[in-house]
Write a protein that binds this ligand. Structure first.
Ligand code: ZN
Length: 433
């Protein structure tokens, strides 16, 4: 139906679809119908399609929505908050509202930073799912697993039972993917991992895990198991196209071979690795070998912002230093890492991650009016090396606009700020008492 009406037709100055790679389209238009991209064509041709809502976006770069492939939205709220209370009181009156509030804050910050999709690993994933549902953002939520008691579950078996309920509750959700989040090779034993291998295969579910974050972790595994953590995970059957290895700062040739053979993804968190002095993920080496590398901000305790654009800039600069080559991780590949590679890691790359007809309309518009990004030769180069998150002007998720003229459409920013300040007072009173 080439001429059925569009819901919306956008006319950005530059359109960067990410796939095909390296392309910058000028004088093009992109049309949305329902939740999908229905048309990408030169303006004159596109304007022949009926549409009641045609929007000029001068000085604007339109890209796929950014994908933050690893984080912990509600981190750091629990410390000292509501100790010494009965479990149910603690959960109902303190932890759940605090987690909901913190997640709402993280989602609002990410939307304002151009993020259309994020992955989360933390306690109480059901609360995060509710916030994702009401906010309109897209997400992968992983069920956390550790071999010792965690808030909300006495052991890994109980956490797993609670997690399985989420697969039932959100199986059909258009914006949510539920996965497993075994914390790390040193916090989950073979039996727990065996369970995850079996369940992930049954449910065709993604698995995200911190792997090879530090040299100490690798050394400890060699002492305890006689093998590196990644080799142990491969032996247990955990690696595969749905496996997401977060960090990977310790990488040898055998590790790369395992990642390539299994088609697993790596999620690079450069600022967390820098802040904690964990080591350097060799992004260029992994990429050249054919490993899919995505990017994440990690949680608030190891990276004090959820600025994926800034994170991508750090990644592009760090990759050059680590590879000792100025051409390592160029701007276009850095943007791909923050979009399509993220989608591929999360197993949703047939649906999102690039601007292609038929894919979901998940898009971010960056305004280049600011003098800090003038003049523009290659808008992608400006985006990665010069622009800051305050250039983010609009965000759409599944064709719905969630950020418009830098304002949140569905969420009340002033209320979120006021609530956060109220919680901060509560937490600091508690920890000072
Ligand atoms: Zn993490």
């Amino acid at each position: 139906m080439p001429h059925s009406p569009l819901d919306c037709l956008l006319l950005p100055e530059w359109l960067v679809p990410v796939e095909p790679a390296g392309v910058v389209l000028r004088n093009y238009a992109i049309g949305i119908r329902d939740d999908r991209i229905a048309l990408i064509a030169p303006r004159e041709q596109a304007l022949k399609t009926p549409c009641a809502d045609v929007r000029e976006l001068p000085n604007t770069l339109l890209t796929p929505g950014l994908i933050n492939a690893h984080g912990h939205a509600a981190m750091s709220l629990f410390r000292g908050l509501a100790d010494d209370l009965p479990l149910q009181t603690w959960l109902n009156e303190h932890i759940w509202p605090a987690e909901a509030q913190c997640t709402e804050l993280a989602i609002a910050e990410q939307l304002k930073n151009g993020v259309s999709c994020f992955s989360d690993m933390y306690f109480f994933p059901e609360i995060v799912c509710q916030q994702v549902h009401s906010s309109g953002i897209r997400a992968q939520i992983t069920v956390p697993m550790l071999d010792f008691p965690v808030p909300g579950a006495r052991n890994s078996a109980e956490a797993l039972r609670q997690g399985l309920q989420l697969f039932d509750d959100f199986k059909q959700h258009p914006r949510l993917t539920i996965g497993f989040g075994p914390h790390a090779p040193y916090t989950v034993g073979d039996q727990g991992l065996d369970n995850i291998v079996m369940l992930a295969a049954q449910l065709d579910a993604p698995v995200q895990m911190h792997v090879h974050e530090t040299a100490f972790e690798v050394q400890q595994s060699i002492e305890k198991y006689g093998e590196r953590p990644l080799a142990r995970l491969a032996r247990l059957g955990l690696l595969g196209p749905r496996f997401q290895a977060v960090h990977m700062t310790q990488v040898n040739d055998d590790d790369i071979a395992l990642l390539v053979q299994s088609n697993s993804s790596v999620i690079h968190c450069p600022e967390s690795n820098l802040k904690l002095a964990s080591g350097f993920c060799p992004v260029e080496r992994l990429w050249s070998a054919g490993v899919n590398v995505a990017i994440g901000t990690d949680g608030a305790a190891s990276n004090n912002n959820l600025d994926l654009l800034g994170e991508t800039r750090t990644a592009a600069l760090l990759a050059k230093a680590v590879a000792q080559s100025a051409s390592a991780l160029d701007a276009h590949r850095a943007l791909r890492m923050a979009t399509l590679n993220g989608a591929r890691a999360l197993g949703i790359d047939t649906q999102t991650g690039s601007l292609e007809v038929g894919k979901l309309a998940d898009m971010t518009a960056f305004n280049f009016n600011d003098l800090s990004v003038q003049p523009v030769y290659d808008p992608v180069s400006q985006l990665i090396y010069a622009a800051a998150r305050n250039c983010v002007e609009h965000v759409w998720v599944g064709g719905k606009q969630l950020l418009k003229d830098r304002q949140l459409v569905r969420m009340d920013e002033q209320k979120i700020i006021a609530n956060s300040q109220q919680w901060a007072r509560k937490i600091s009173n508690k920890s000072n008492s």
